[in-house]
Design a protein around this ligand. Sequence first.
Ligand SMILES: O=C1O[C@H]([C@@H](O)CO)C(O)=C1O
Length: 447
Amino acid sequence: MQRSAGLYGSMIVDVAEGEKEPFHYDGEFDLLLSDWWHKSVHHQEVGLSSRPMRWINEPQALLINGRGQYGCSLAAHHGNSSFSQCNITGHEQWAPYILHVDPNKTYRIRIASTTALASLNLAIGNHKMMVVEADGNYLQPFETNDLDIYSGESYSVLLKTSQDSSQNYWISFGVRGREPHTPQALTILNYKTNSASKLPLSPPPVTPRWDDYAHSKAFSNKIKALDHKSIPKPSPTYHRRIVLLNTQNKMNGYTKWSINNVSLSIPATPYLGSIRFGLRDAFDQTKPPEDFPGHYDVMKPPVNPNTTTGSGVYMLGYYSTVDVILQNANALTENVSEIHPWHLHGHDFWVLGYGEGKFTKSDEKKFNLKNPPYRNTAVIFPYGWTALRFVADNPGVWAFHCHIEPHLHLGMGVVFAEGVQHVAKIPKEALSCGLTGKRFMTGSHLG
Ligand SMILES: O=C1O[C@H]([C@@H](O)CO)C(O)=C1O
């Protein structure tokens, strides 16, 4: 839950010297998005871990570059809210981060979401965006009026400042996928030909309805990799397919999220050291399940509402090609299935496709093996499945988890490991706790 408390930032990776981006821009901005609660993360965490669970509920504010407003609205003069106009001079910590632009230029806006919970949608009044990059890899550029962004994702869009330069325009972010109780986050696209304090003429763009999943799916399906030397083509076949059923479940009255009915419980000893040095007591040696029972009805709440916890690891063949099918299902409440953005550490994967209902072998025919996006975060839609493929070519131990912070806290993740014997040298700091701490930190045998 540390990210929810503010432990995050953005890192920009430039192209190597001598290389060129496959698009042009005159200037750039960064928008780092987050959601904010007035209750401390400690309070939230105790609630989540209590019996019965006390849910964190929806955020009090959405933040753009750490700034947001509460109890007033920047756009109150448009009269669509009961909020009063924010009384702002521009120097307050909560004053919006404004994008100052020159007319008739192209700007690259890098957008990243570190939200704890909210899925977001971005729109800029009167302007279209050209989406050119996702999670650090180039896309076939496509134009859009609004962009969905899930926690853990990043995008670059190109914006042409070709509109009436005697006006300013709203940039707005709104909640998607959960019934919102949080006002839109707003800032201003300021054509420098105007004062930044001149309010836009039209109201802020409205986010699509929170449960308009057809809109979200249409957006996700537009995302295709650019044919570019920096992006590997997907392997046409796989060595191992792991199917991961996502359910909300109970355990002795506690609420958990589980994968194939196992809720991840992170052991006290970091995996890297325990796997490398064969410390079998450090985590569950039973293999986590590869699949779930074929008769499981993904459209209904779990019939056996009693999950188990586990800390087992999916040991992957070094350099093997792994397919992961993320299978969504009904949560504990009937007719509820939620969005989960899944994030993989240490690799990019190809997003081969999305589908409805329970995945079957014949769904393979629908896989995009031509130009699937190459990313590190992919969403599963309510009651649907998402198919991913990656090559296990990075020695180490890697988390694969729902990027919704409270869901990971409640166990929504798995652990992959490959080529651990090839990790060159494990830093001391990674061995200083749990059993590796006891075993190795007293002497000098680390070398
Ligand atoms: O994990 C969650 O718990 C709540 C709800 O299911 C129970 O209050 C919710 O909306 C989640 O995403």
